[in-house]
Design a protein around this ligand. Structure first.
Ligand SMILES: [Fe+2]
Length: 433
């Protein structure tokens, strides 16, 4: 039972969240200009000028054009579909489009937002509009996080600079919790808030007893693996992982460098010392898997992860967040912030299982392939989940750059296993006794 809605879909809340989501995106992108508006052509980034227009196009398409009474309306920007429809405009062509300039792109953004806000006021009972407004908010929040990744990838400054929200300290914890498993309802239950098609619906799975680490793997733990020859010992890597490591010519995580015997890492445009107690970040699924083989551990399945995050045995029910059903605040989790916190932080966000930081700080790779839940039915935004089934791995929990309104226990993120630009780390599992 979700006793408190994470994001109640009423017109007033939606209007303020649409504005908040736009303000958040603006903070992450406001200083991008000149050559940075297009930037280098890489598979893992979008040209910022295109991405800024794309979020406006998406909001316009779903909230104004597609759901208009009387059929599809034209865009405010002539030919917008040929520019900004991510399902139709191939990724590597996005640098060569006749895009409106920055000023025109920003006025497209604000014009669309103003029209959506007016429509919400005019049509307070339009449930379909509420659904698509919520979709547009989450979409924009996800692009804001992607802009964070882009800035790390390209070595731009951290848009939020130093951590603005101080981590709430806790006593350092380590080791595993042992969980009994059993029958567990994986996925989102019907009748709650907005959920994506890939979370539908809660269905029973069987979990064997297992142990799961109370925190994500830390830098110091990962450094032991690296210093033990982790990146040159073939036996710790899968075939696919080894081929990837060899192509990338990695001897350590992408952003690590050893200077005078000490590891440093690049965070945005700065090189900083590796904090031993922060979680490992910017590792691919392959690296996570290799670490697990070295440590005689394994990644949690997404069902194990969600069980550890959501199951409250005393209440005999699933919770919306690890700490319960209360909307996240700064004490619970490191969200909407500038960087990672040590793994001891945020004890108030502990799950009933005893695990810490399941929400926020770093996304966590799971062992699971991204596949549909039984009975999957595609939602109107068809390209959100379905095209990626089978090729991507599931990540859970959100990172410091994820917005509070977006993340919850049942949220499934998904990336291909070679991606290390994501703000992702992992925790590990072992069999129960
Ligand atoms: Fe998008």
């Amino acid at each position: 039972m979700h006793t408190q809605a994470a994001t109640a879909m009423n017109p007033d809340t939606l209007s303020s969240e649409l504005r908040a989501s736009r303000r958040h995106l603006a903070r992450i992108t406001d200083d991008l200009d000149g050559e940075r508006l297009l930037g280098p052509k890489l598979a893992i980034v979008n040209p910022p000028l295109w991405e800024l227009g794309h979020v406006a196009w998406f909001q316009e398409y779903w909230c104004l054009r597609r759901s208009a009474p009387g059929g599809m309306l034209d865009s405010i920007v002539p030919g917008a579909d040929a520019l900004y429809d991510s399902a139709k405009v191939a990724h590597d062509t996005r640098w060569n489009l006749p895009l409106p300039d920055l000023k025109a792109t920003r006025s497209y953004q604000s014009e669309v937002l103003q029209r959506v806000l007016r429509r919400l006021e005019r049509e307070p009972e339009n449930r379909e509009l509420h659904y698509f407004a919520q979709l547009a908010i989450f979409h924009e929040d996800m692009h804001a996080e992607a802009f964070h990744y882009t800035r790390q990838t390209l070595g731009y400054s951290n848009p939020l600079q130093d951590n603005e929200i101080a981590a709430v300290p806790g006593t350092r914890i380590a080791g595993d919790v042992e969980l009994i498993g059993g029958t567990f309802a994986l996925g989102a239950p019907p009748g709650g808030d907005f959920v994506f098609d890939n979370e539908k619906w809660a269905h029973d799975v069987q979990l064997r007893p297992f142990r799961i680490s109370r925190t994500p793997v830390t830098n110091v733990e990962y450094a032991v693996f690296v210093d033990a020859g982790g990146y040159s010992r073939r036996e710790w890597w899968s075939e696919e992982g080894w081929a990837w490591r060899s192509r990338e010519i990695l001897q350590a995580p992408k952003y690590w460098t050893k200077q005078d015997g000490t590891w440093t890492q690049r965070r945005f445009d700065r090189v900083v010392g590796l904090h031993p107690d922060e979680p490992i970040i910017h590792v691919s699924w392959h690296e996570a898997e290799a670490y697990c083989r070295y440590a005689n551990r394994r990644l949690p399945t997404e069902a194990e992860w969600e069980y550890a995050a959501s199951w409250d045995p005393r209440a005999d029910e699933k919770k919306h967040y690890p700490w319960g059903n209360r909307f996240p605040d700064a004490a619970h989790a490191n969200l909407e912030n500038a960087g990672v916190a040590v793994t001891a932080a945020h004890p108030e966000g502990d799950a009933a299982s005893g695990c810490r930081q399941l929400i926020g700080n770093v996304w966590e790779w799971t062992e699971s392939a991204f596949v549909p839940y039984p009975g999957f039915v595609v939602d109107p935004y068809k390209e959100y989940s379905e095209p990626w089934f089978g090729t991507h791995k599931v990540l859970r929990g959100g990172s410091f750059a994820t917005t509070r309104r977006l993340i919850r226990n049942t949220w499934r993120n998904f990336y291909t296993p070679e991606r290390y630009d994501v703000f992702a780390g992992f925790r590990t599992c072992a069999p129960g006794t």
